[in-house]
Write a protein of this length. Structure first.
Length: 326
């Protein structure tokens, strides 16, 4: 065990305890957590800063308002329902269509059909706090359902891929694309079975993939090679991620971005405790990159300048396995 820990440290892999003590506790004041833990507040901050986010159709704040669901969605064919204070994708319903004969019957991203009454019951569970971080009563957001850019069509199963960027002291540091699978139910969440693909920070090109902590070359459902996809508008995505620091004040955070086929890159949410499997997807540890940012850090640098530094400093090494081995 100690030998493995030593090899991890030598390879520059950031561990959970070090992430928590050296970065999250040091750079993320707890008073600022609501800026990312509360998706409503996150959306408000982003909009105030002129950052694009999925349109909010409505908010259900209590059990009495659950009956207002049908009026909020109207005749819309697609929308997303999510808890304002949820995490890890839990409690999110992605509706991608509805029956033409029975307008009170909807189709989820995983193909399951669900009734209006069942959706209302799910919203009631959200409001009661079933999916909230604290377990306290919550609010349900109903918002625009992103239509992913066709460039991702062969690397996604039913759902919408998103791009997770680790931002340290305002500088994009490492990134991966999270690709929905059948196992994840069409959700872009690694702990539910999605694939994470590393990204070359200099070019926005995908590298190897990770599935349940194992390196994979192909998407498990489509069979398409994961490496070699060029993410559109990569420079703008890095600048958008860098601005996450400016609107939250958090020195270490994850910024999740989706690329809509019509609207372009949109901020989906931000995370004060981004996971560390991004290092496996990139076959690279975070430690050396964080240290390099400490050396280069300039408090006056703009988001565009910080994005440029990320592209210059962190090109991919094109490895196919983590350097510490098994």
């Amino acid at each position: 065990m100690f030998a493995i820990a030593r090899r991890l440290q030598e390879a520059g892999v950031l561990g959970l305890n070090k992430r928590n003590t050296n970065f999250i506790m040091r750079l993320n004041p707890r008073r600022l957590y609501p800026r990312v833990d509360d998706k409503i507040l996150t959306k408000e901050l982003a909009l105030a800063a002129g950052m694009a986010v999925p349109e909010l159709y409505g908010i259900i704040s209590n059990q009495r308002q659950v009956r207002e669901f049908a009026g909020i969605v109207g005749d819309r064919e697609s929308f997303v329902i999510k808890p304002a204070q949820g995490s890890g994708g839990d409690g999110i319903l992605v509706v991608i269509g509805r029956s033409q004969r029975r307008r009170d019957t909807y189709r989820l991203s995983n193909g399951v059909r669900i009734s209006e009454a069942e959706i209302a019951h799910h919203i009631s569970n959200i409001v009661s706090g079933q999916y909230s971080l604290s377990g306290n009563p919550d609010k349900a957001l109903i918002e625009y359902c992103v239509q992913f850019d066709p460039v991702f069509a062969d690397l996604s199963y039913q759902g919408v891929p998103d791009i997770r960027v680790i931002v340290y002291r305002g500088y994009p540091t490492m990134a991966m694309v999270r690709l929905p699978t059948q196992a994840s139910g069409g959700k872009a969440n690694l702990h539910q079975g999605a694939v994470g693909a590393g990204v070359d920070m200099s070019t926005g090109e995908t590298l190897t993939g990770v599935l349940e902590n194992e390196i994979v070359d192909e998407h498990p459902d489509t069979g398409t090679l994961i490496a070699g996809l060029r993410i559109p508008q990569w420079d703008f995505i890095l600048q958008l991620a860098a601005r996450g620091y400016d609107v939250t004040g958090l020195g270490y955070l994850g910024v999740d971005i989706v690329v809509d086929r019509d609207l372009g890159p949109l901020i989906l949410e931000m995370n004060v405790r981004p996971g560390l499997s991004i290092q496996i997807a990139n076959c690279t540890g975070l430690t050396s990159r964080l240290a390099r940012i400490d050396e280069l850090h300039d408090e006056t640098a703009t988001p565009a300048e910080r994005a440029r530094i990320a592209r210059l400093e962190f090109p991919a090494k094109r490895q196919t396995s983590m350097p510490f081995g098994q």
